[in-house]
Design a protein around this ligand. Sequence first.
Ligand SMILES: C[S@@+](CC[C@H](N)C(=O)[O-])C[C@H]1O[C@@H](n2cnc3c(N)ncnc32)[C@H](O)[C@@H]1O
Length: 266
Amino acid sequence: MQDYNLYFDANRDLWNQRTVVHRDSAFYNLAGFKDGETVLTPIELTELGDVKGKTLLHLQCHFGMDSLDWARKGAKVTGVDLSDKAIEEAEKLNKELGLNASFVCCNVLDTSKFVKEQFDIVFTSYGTIGWLPDLEPWAKMIAERLKPGGTFYIAEFHPMVWVFDDDFTHIKYSYEKTEVIVTENEGTYTDRNADIKGKEYSWNHSISEVLNVLIGAGLRIEMFNEHMYSPYPCFRNVVEFEAGKWYIKGLEGKIPVVYSLRAVKQ
Ligand SMILES: C[S@@+](CC[C@H](N)C(=O)[O-])C[C@H]1O[C@@H](n2cnc3c(N)ncnc32)[C@H](O)[C@@H]1O
């Protein structure tokens, strides 16, 4: 089996650099969140529904804002992330807000080595699976960490978006996973001029790959939606056509930008 550790190490370094910039950005609206505003989007709030009293495992939780938002809505949350800096910030925020979430720093693919509990809900969203080379172990881990009858939910950027160059002028990458995509990182989505440097390594995952690994791991898919907009202005050349909904300029309403899926462990 291929050794991906060099890729994971490089990605960790970049996410460590991004964390502080993101924490202090207008994009993440940490001040508003501390004042009680929700940072989860209407997509997952509607499709996942009430989490009160449920245990929730949040995969690739970044510095914990979404995790802590679910905690404020009554879930007992455990967040997992590769970035030690992100986990450090998540733990600080948890303490500051007086919440009872817990956080674990590890590669998401190794979650079952570090977290033994089974959960009512496993949740992941917006910018997660593209950092994983292989989704079979990811899906297997999700099935391991769910209670029988438990729910897996993902909201993710659509693989159609990742076929384009950064400026959305032409098709540059394959829709499905071929080889690793290596890019020289410049800035970050919250600040294109931030001094964040390094190579990043990512993989495109087609919709059929995602569906098949989840089915193969024993999950029953009960909802799948494609959304023609992004709930975040995280790409270059976007236009807000309704409050909280962004189109990619030139592709308005022509391609799905996000998909969401809910599945149940049988
Ligand atoms: C775009 S953020 C994800 C989520 C969330 N939507 C947000 O913006 O807060 C991506 C997260 O994935 C984490 N990550 C990347 N590769 C990972 C891996 N192999 N295992 C665990 N976490 C990983 C990064 O550290 C980062 O915190």
